[in-house]
Design a protein around this ligand. Structure first.
Ligand SMILES: *Cc1c(COP(=O)(O)O)cnc(C)c1O
Length: 386
């Protein structure tokens, strides 16, 4: 069967009511008929549902479905994307370990690397998005344990070659972790390209409707076991209610990502030669500097594109004020289209030089395309440009 069929048809066992969609198990704990079965539930390797900090039927269903999507052996869900990233690294790293990462990482991930982990003696080095294997090698330390990347990057939508990085990680015995939030498993499956683990903020495309936060770590069974052992006791657990919502969302996930990508592709194509724009980046347009890699690595171009306004910082803020449909919010991957101006908002705390190093020019606008009619979104952008 195809993944989508398996996903939609996998669910927690039905109860005697024969409900057609999965019930919500709002239970903090689960009870046992006798002392022996309770004792068995606490034994190593038991899959029994004991306490919702460890597992819950709704989180189990969600993990099973996510494993189908990412071709993963196992997974662990968390209360937010950042909880997934923090839990993943904290579980796998010890004092003295070193992280190798691409400089273009999500803002809070950068904060974990640069302000939190140094407290515990965990260091990091960054390479640039267009670095070569020689550059990656030069950043290696004898204690490097993890390689971490996002592709496409936020917000500049530059790509990293996941397969090449996968071979590099294997050669140097690194655990290769990919934040696949922007691409989603509908566009690319990093575990098939050499990654050991994939992390997601489910807050973005997986919910896709701007309702809940959630995170997940997926990949090799033995790594997830180590992460699970850490998470059971440190408690970043996802609420069963949020797991239930997110699992239901997955039934329409492929449809939504495909349609958002189609809309974004069309709008980006129409805008590309607009005189108010000096450049536009969309992975599946031939003008993208890594077009060949984008076609090879990503099934669709994704729901996001970005462009550089002539007129810089001031033009960026002005542009946002002239939009009437696109929302001004920090989310992405929603059914509602969203516009953002990183230089004056999400990345305003960086210096100009730091921004330029991750591809954020003063007039850069990022658009996350939703499911409104694409002509209306295009017209909204054209009006604001005018
Ligand atoms: C949003 C985001 C995160 C963090 O996820 P939260 O659910 O907000 O905690 C991590 N990585 C990327 C690429 C993101 O876009």
């Amino acid at each position: 069967m195809h993944d989508n069929t398996r996903l939609i048809r996998s669910h927690v066992p039905h109860t005697s009511y024969g409900e057609h969609s999965s019930p919500l198990y709002l239970n903090s704990s689960f009870s046992f008929p006798d002392a022996e079965s309770m004792q068995a539930a606490f034994e190593e390797g038991s899959e029994a549902t004991v306490y919702s900090r460890y597992s819950n039927p709704n989180t189990d269903e969600l993990i099973d479905r996510l494993c189908i999507l990412e071709n993963a052996e196992d997974g662990w869900v968390t209360a937010s994307g950042m909880a997934a990233i923090f839990t993943c690294f904290s579980a796998l790293l010890s004092q003295g370990d070193h992280i190798l990462a691409c400089r273009s990482v999500f803002g809070s991930t950068h904060q974990i690397f640069s302000t939190i982990f140094p407290k515990w003696g965990i260091s990091h080095s960054y390479f640039d998005v267009n670095a070569t294997e020689e550059n990656w090698e030069a950043c290696l330390d004898k204690n490097t344990k993890v390689l971490f990347i996002e592709s496409p990057t936020n917000p500049a939508l530059e790509l990293l070659d996941i397969e090449a990085l996968g071979s590099f990680a294997k050669k140097h015995n690194l655990i290769f972790v990919v934040d696949n939030c922007f691409a989603t498993p509908i566009l690319q499956k990093p575990l098939n390209l050499g990654a050991d683990l994939v992390v997601h903020s489910m807050t973005k495309f997986i919910d896709g409707q701007g309702r809940v936060l959630g995170g997940v770590i997926l990949g090799k069974k033995e790594l997830i076991k180590e992460i699970g052992a850490f998470a059971r006791h440190s408690g970043p657990s996802l609420s069963p209610f949020h797991a239930w919502l997110l699992s239901n969302s997955l039934e329409t996930f492929e449809l939504r990502v495909r349609e958002k990508s189609k809309n974004a592709h069309w709008i980006a194509e129409q805008l590309e030669s607009h005189p108010g724009i000096s450049s536009l980046n969309y992975p599946h347009l031939p003008s993208h500097p890594q077009y060949d890699l984008a076609i090879k690595q990503m099934k669709y171009g994704g729901a996001l594109f970005c462009f550089e306004l002539k007129g810089g910082l001031e033009a960026g803020a002005n542009f946002l004020n002239k939009l009437s449909i696109c929302s001004l919010t920090t989310n992405l991957g929603d059914c509602k289209s969203i516009a953002s101006h990183p230089a004056s908002t999400t990345h305003s705390k960086l210096t100009e030089q730091e921004r330029l190093a991750v591809g954020i020019s003063p007039g850069l606008i990022r658009i996350s395309v939703g499911l409104e009619h694409p002509e209306d979104i295009l017209n909204d952008i054209l009006n604001a440009l005018a």
